[in-house]
Design a protein around this ligand. Structure first.
Ligand code: ADP
Length: 249
């Protein structure tokens, strides 16, 4: 299963990604997490990304595309992945299309978490307050000013991706403002996991039908051989007769 989660900062992509990971045994690829790890480790990519991230702007496309290209080539990504925070621009989406095509892979879907931006800011403020209260370190870009910049970058550069994937018939949307479990259920349904109720029923029906059909068919075919046999016997008789006639001649 290869998925993209699309949505503005604070939409709940990380939370839903974690649930998809355990459900589908895929890996969670968050470019934000990878970049933060690179910054913390002081790698050349990290050094390049640090100030850009702190300003709430986007790291250059070629940097994140390379990170993703390397990551999806790892053995643990073979079973699939959920991309969170990537692609974030149309050129990144195009690069991803090429990366997947080169490997003969396809995306299973793009899930958009639709949220109200006014409420988002409150959500992130709540998240920050909770983290501070529990003594956790907060992200350096999790302050109201930078958050506004992140939302601005989202509107200008990432929101157009909805149209990009919709045009390919791949976009599926869920209400990201619903409670977490409801969002998870909605995503499951979109991926066919919620359909099982319907699918199962359909499956049962589908299974029941052929069985029901098979039985009469079996009876029919049990009945059929008789006329066939008669025909055959008649045919055989004819040919025996024919043989006798031939012999007689
Ligand atoms: P958010 O909660 O804002 O979605 P992320 O953890 O996904 O945060 O990303 C944090 C920062 O990392 C972004 O503001 C941006 O600077 C950088 N970043 C992450 N993913 C990408 C990407 N695909 N392209 C460019 N920059 C990215």
């Amino acid at each position: 299963m290869r998925l993209i989660l699309l949505g503005p900062p604070g939409a709940g992509k990380g939370t839903q990604a974690q649930r998809l990971v355990s459900k589908h045994r895929i890996v969670h690829l968050s470019t934000g997490d990878m970049l933060r790890a690179a910054v913390a480790a002081g790698t050349p990519v990290g050094l390049r990304a640090k100030s850009i991230m702190e300003a709430g702007q986007l790291v250059p496309d070629e940097v994140v595309v390379q990170i993703i290209a390397d990551r999806i080539a790892q053995p643990d990504a073979r079973n699939g992945f959920v991309l969170d925070g990537f692609p974030r621009t149309v050129p990144q989406a195009e690069a991803l299309d090429r990366l997947l095509a080169e490997r003969g892979l396809r995306l299973d879907g793009v899930i958009q978490l639709k949220v109200d931006e006014g409420i988002l800011i409150k959500r992130i403020e709540k998240r920050v307050a909770q983290m501070l209260a529990s003594g956790e370190k907060i992200r350096s870009d999790d302050n109201p000013e930078v958050l506004r910049g992140r939302l601005e970058a989202y509107r200008a550069q990432t929101a157009p991706l909805a149209g990009y994937y919709d045009g390919k018939g791949m976009l599926k949307s869920v209400d990201g403002m619903a409670p977490i479990d409801e969002v998870t259920t909605a995503i499951d349904r979109l991926l066919g996991g919620g359909k099982p109720a319907r699918r199962k029923a359909a499956g049962k029906r589908a299974k029941a039908k052929p069985a029901a059909r098979r039985r009469p068919k079996a009876r029919k075919s049990a009945r059929k051989p008789a006329p066939k046999a008669r025909k055959n016997r008649a045919g055989q008789a004819k040919s025996r007769k024919g043989r006798r006639l031939t012999k007689a001649r």
